[in-house]
Design a protein around this ligand. Structure first.
Ligand code: MTE
Ligand code: MO
Length: 317
């Protein structure tokens, strides 16, 4: 599957998934023995994030996950500030993730609101290690925990008019200092075509690295769409609306010449201000570190290319 496509990794970079699994098993047995509890009590304030039980899911890359420290400290979450360190600095102490409701409405037979703890139990959780490629030409490999968004969509019974999904994320100025700036029109809005949303790769995501999502990574629930630029993976969702018209996503609204609706990772369509042909992998900084070639659909072409058959992807970027 994806293993054969990993033509860019040096041998040391291709750590088999079993190693990650072993590491996770170690962490879990340490937790069982109370060791982690002991360690975390030594840490100043933060409680150990709650573990999420999950079975191994499909589509995981064999590439070595980026370190937890990188993925949780180098973030884009503009509601908490525009610098990469701002979300890690601001979100954990400010974002209240309980109680949390997610409204599901629009073109569905059964519109309703879910309490986050109910939503979390809607379908079995899976571990899935995906590449994430930011439009800013950096990438990471992240072990997510979630279930296919399609599991939720099916249960909502969409009407025949449901052609797209619109995702809206939290916009609360009391919790989110970034809302005082006008980087984007808040709330942050994203969208997917129905077949993209139903695709088995698209993950409704509650956790990473075997535990609940850190606030800066979009707690308590976010979308992860691994073949699209990172901004399509909206964080801290409060509403999913089924709609007939293509939603106008926040980045497209702010700069339509730079960001489109589809935003599929595509090395041959440059951003107007920079190349998308290569990327820098988080955690591989340094003068002599070679940039990686960016792969079409972020390496997921076998799974998703057929969704875009016949479309001119240089126009529908
Ligand atoms: N609500 C919200 N979601 C968001 C963003 C944001 O600013 N606000 N940034 C996006 C961008 S640009 C990226 S690259 C990814 C980053 O996810 P990560 O920080 O978990 O790696 O989140 C996306 N989701
Ligand atoms: Mo991004």
């Amino acid at each position: 599957m994806l293993i054969r496509r990993t033509r860019d990794g040096a041998p040391s970079e291709i750590t088999p998934q079993v190693v990650w699994k072993k590491r996770r098993a170690l962490v879990q047995s340490a937790a069982a023995l109370g060791l982690i509890g002991a360690v975390s009590r030594l840490r100043a304030q933060s409680a150990q994030p709650r573990k999420l039980d999950a079975k191994p899911g499909p589509f995981s890359t064999m590439e070595r996950p980026t370190s937890f420290d990188f993925v949780t400290s180098y973030c884009n979450f503009y509601e908490f500030g525009a610098e990469k360190e701002d979300p890690a600095r601001n979100a954990p102490s400010r974002l209240r993730t309980r109680p949390w409701m997610v409204q599901i409405d629009g073109e569905v037979r059964k519109p309703r609101a879910f309490d986050i703890d109910e939503l979390l139990k809607l379908a079995p959780l899976e571990d899935r290690i995906y590449r994430l490629r930011c439009v800013e030409a950096w990438s990471a490999v992240v072990p997510w925990v979630g279930f296919p968004l399609g599991e939720l969509i099916r249960r909502m019974e969409p009407t025949g008019n449901a052609k797209y999904l619109e995702f809206t994320t939290l916009a609360d100025p009391k919790q989110m200092p970034g809302l005082a700036t006008h980087v984007l029109d808040w709330p942050y809005v994203e969208g997917l075509r129905m077949d993209e949303a139903m695709h088995p790769l698209t993950l409704l995501t509650f956790g990473m690295y075997g535990a609940v999502l850190p606030s800066q990574n979009g707690a308590p629930v976010r979308i992860v769409v691994p073949w699209k630029y990172g901004f399509k993976s909206a964080k801290s969702l409060v509403r999913i609306r089924f709609v007939e018209q293509q939603p106008l996503n926040s980045w497209q609204r702010s700069a339509p010449s730079e960001y489109g609706f589809y935003s599929n990772v595509n090395p041959s369509v440059d951003h107007p201000r920079w190349s998308q042909a290569t990327e820098r992998r988080l955690g591989e900084d340094g003068l002599f570190v070679r940039r990686r070639p960016t792969l079409m659909f972020n390496g997921y072409a076998d799974q998703v290319a057929s969704l875009y058959a016949g479309m001119d992807l240089s126009k529908l970027f």
